[in-house]
Write a protein that binds this ligand. Sequence first.
Ligand code: SF4
Length: 266
Amino acid sequence: MILERFSHSGIQSYKKCPAQFKYRYLDKIYKKDEGIEAFLGKRVHESIEYLYNQVKSGVIPLADEILKVHRSLWKEKWHNRVAIVYQNKTARDYFYLGEECIARFYRLNHPFPEKVVANEHVMVFLLDNDEKYKIKGIVDRIDHDGNGNWEIHDYKTGKRALTQNAADKDHQLALYQIGLMSENSKIKSVKLVWHFIQHGIKIESKRNADEIKKVIQETKKSIDAIRSKVENGGEFSPKTSILCNWCYYWEECPSQSGTNPYIMSS
Ligand code: SF4
């Protein structure tokens, strides 16, 4: 098992359940199943990406156009392994939730004055310039005012929103800041911005040099822990929690038997 690079979501997955991390990132067992929350999140992200690609090229589309994009992406990408854990909800409920999210986001951000420089930007960078700590991230949106003031934007479609305190300690966007700093030399300031789209809330945060150093140290420590387990043949134990309801590795997991009963293909 070779681990060449890491991602924030991979490290988080290891912390939540080492066994699930192993199946997904080491054994590379891919399943076609997908929770409807993830499906919805992807379609909303793609619709907003379309919106800001238009904005970037100098065009402000109508809200109806974005809703139409969402509708056609939903239809085009739908498959019969999309799972709905909450049995009192239907696919239609989630589709309308996606529409509400997009309409709210549009209303709150119109007329889109942001100076967008990239959407869905893929970055691969090293921590402390060390090949052992290669990180990959995909940033939802990057804005730049042309004078060294940057913004890193992340869209969240889940039910939970971060508090200001949690956002100030969050590693995901701080890691993207490190990636941005490795890609650009002209940086005066970096603002981290989360859009909790179901709530219509925007949270902003900044990191100073010491905080960035701390994120680097803590991330390296997590990577070292994972790598040492891989190299020493350590155990990736299952950690059961409510999240098991959304896990597709019941067949592989020694803590479960059979297939996940909460997952019934829609
Ligand atoms: S079912 Fe639960 S314990 Fe087992 S791998 Fe999945 S998340 Fe981990």
